[in-house]
Design a binder for this molecule. Structure first.
Ligand SMILES: [Zn+2]
Length: 156
């Protein structure tokens, strides 16, 4: 692996870790020339299922669209970029792990909602109110009640 800083050909692996799920290998490398360090990831490449929209049309899975919808819901919310990356990663993993060639768009919406619910209740309500059009009233009441409880909780 070439050094991304000085493009020297020889970099050493100084640490190797397998992810908890065992599907990713993270390697810490050091350039023998400039001594800078960087990380590489090795993962299994599987193809994402094709998205089937409500009207029956097909579209390729687009991670940038997934990110955009998460970011829109999370606008101005105190959620780190890393947490968003992890959420996107989990959604992609779930889609891959089904092994299906096609997935309905509604399923992705559900996965996004599940992640947002974990990340930030306000973002969850924002996304769900657009996505579900308040179909599931009970779920909303729960979510809103939960937000209320968190607000009332004393500051740590
Ligand atoms: Zn270098």
């Amino acid at each position: 692996m070439k050094c991304p800083f000085c493009h020297h050909e020889d970099t050493q692996v100084i640490d190797t870790r397998v992810s908890e799920e065992g599907d990713t290998i993270r390697r810490r490398r050091r350039c023998a020339h400039c001594d800078k360090r960087f990380t590489t990831y090795e993962r299994i490449e599987l193809s994402m299922p094709v998205i089937v929209k409500k009207n029956g049309s097909r579209a390729d899975f687009d991670p940038s669209k997934l990110r955009a919808s998460l970011m829109l819901a999370l606008r101005k919310r105190p959620v780190s970029a890393e947490a968003v990356d992890n959420a996107i990663h989990r959604i992609e993993e779930k889609l891959l792990s089904t092994g299906a060639r096609e997935v309905i768009s509604g399923h992705i919406g559900e996965l996004v909602m599940r992640e947002l619910k974990r990340l930030d209740k306000i973002a969850y309500i924002r996304f769900a109110s657009v996505y579900k059009s308040f179909e599931d009233v009970a779920e909303f009441q729960d979510a809103i009640a939960e937000v209320g409880r968190e607000r009332k909780a004393p500051a740590k």
